[in-house]
Ligand binder design. Structure first.
Ligand code: PLP
Length: 381
């Protein structure tokens, strides 16, 4: 089975982890700091604060942005549940904005969703393709809102050569094993705001500041969301290899783009000329003309060795959200929603740094064969 994504661990990565395992500090040493410095250098931002997952990084970002009971957050339903779970955990309410055909939030609707209770806009760079961050920032500036960008898919993505992570007030990356760069579990927040960085560090580690000798003071409520030293060492080693990973992902994606161009039964997501995507996912969008259940195609692709997956069930469709918030209100109201269509028609096909070009050819051949077979069968009647 070729999975839709997977990690790549080299002997160098292993040596780095072992070096730290044999050292005096497994936590709270120099490795986390070194990894954070390397992230800042790579992204081109002032501060990076690592966490033990992107989920805790999201919670920390919302908390230091003072997201609280009664606040509203404008966000996308096409994401992993953690994007909204973590502000719901602080008492805020999701205000869902529909997406475009590429799975990214439709920035044209955002302004109409703003109320006096709105605290922040939380977009997600779906599959690694950057959202229209400049337009989103303009809206936020005009209404004095924060932009917290969940870029868990987009480590290494850029617009006009400027890395994602340098645009929003705070940007979150995930280092989960399936993401472009991994520390096993892990994540970080990057920001240029010194005050946010300071509060993120406190939130990560019990809200405690060290004074002198044995004295310390707990100045705010905090958690233990720290990354271990060996995970940080793995991250720093992976970061050296990241551009290589992204190059392989991009080559495979470009090959798919060519093979699938103009196909009648499914479409692919186009990237703007001035952007680069980490290609965390390679989504295909099945055409409504292909009126057979996606389950059939999904199952056959899996049986033939393609570890396809679906990203994502719109968050508001989950029973927790239905029970907690009742009727979903997704803007614009009273129409069919791209988010629901997207869920019905999206499949993520294998695209990652451990694949060879032969693997990519096999994936493309198999996909084309299966999709055409289902259309030929005429499932529509
Ligand atoms: C993976 C992911 C997360 C959660 O990341 P973890 O590191 O697993 O906590 C959050 N948001 C998005 C969009 C993700 O893809």
């Amino acid at each position: 089975m070729i999975p839709y994504s997977r990690q790549s661990i080299s002997q160098e990565d292993i040596d780095e982890v072992v070096r730290v395992l044999q050292s005096s500090h497994l936590t709270q040493g120099k490795e986390v700091e070194l990894f954070e410095e390397a992230i800042c250098e790579y992204i081109g931002c002032k501060y990076a604060v690592t966490f033990n997952s992107a989920t805790s990084a999201l919670l920390a970002s919302y908390a230091v942005a003072n997201v609280k009971d009664g606040d509203e957050i404008i966000t996308t339903p096409i994401s992993f549940v953690a994007t909204s779970n973590m502000f719901v955990a602080l008492g805020a309410k999701p205000v869902w904005c529909d997406v475009k055909l590429d799975g990214n939030i439709d920035e044209r609707f955002i302004e109409r969703l703003i109320t006096p209770r709105t605290k922040a806009i939380v977009p997600v760079d779906f599959a690694g393709k950057p959202v229209e961050i400049q337009k989103i920032k303009e809206i936020a500036k005009k209404h004095d809102l924060l932009v917290i960008q969940d870029s868990s898919h987009a480590f290494g993505s850029s617009i006009d050569g400027q890395k994602i992570g340098t645009f929003a007030d705070m940007t979150i990356f995930s280092f989960h094993a399936i993401k472009p760069l991994t520390t096993g579990e892990g994540g970080c927040v990057v920001t240029d705001n010194e005050e946010f960085a300071k509060r993120l560090r406190l939130f990560r580690s019990h809200g405690m500041v060290k004074k002198q000798l044995w004295t310390s003071d707990m100045v705010s409520l905090g958690h233990n969301f720290r990354l271990t030293e060996f995970a940080a060492a793995l991250g720093r080693s992976q970061l050296k290899r990241l551009d290589g990973f992204l190059h392989v992902r991009d080559e495979i994606a470009r090959y798919y783009d060519k093979r699938f161009a103009g196909h009648k039964l499914f479409s692919t997501v186009k990237l703007e000329e001035n952007t680069r995507s980490s290609r965390h996912l390679y989504p295909i969008i099945l055409s409504p003309a292909l009126q057979c259940p996606k389950e059939d195609i999904f199952t056959e692709l899996q049986e033939r060795g393609l570890g396809v997956q679906v990203h994502y069930r719109p968050i508001y469709q989950n029973s927790f959200y239905i029970e907690k918030f009742g009727e979903i209100s997704l803007y614009p109201q009273g129409t069919t929603h791209v988010s629901d269509d997207f869920y019905r028609s999206e499949l993520s096909i294998p695209c990652h740094q451990e694949m060879s070009m032969e693997d990519a050819v096999f994936v493309a051949d198999t996909l084309l064969e299966v999709v055409e077979k289902y259309s030929y069968r005429g499932c529509s009647f």
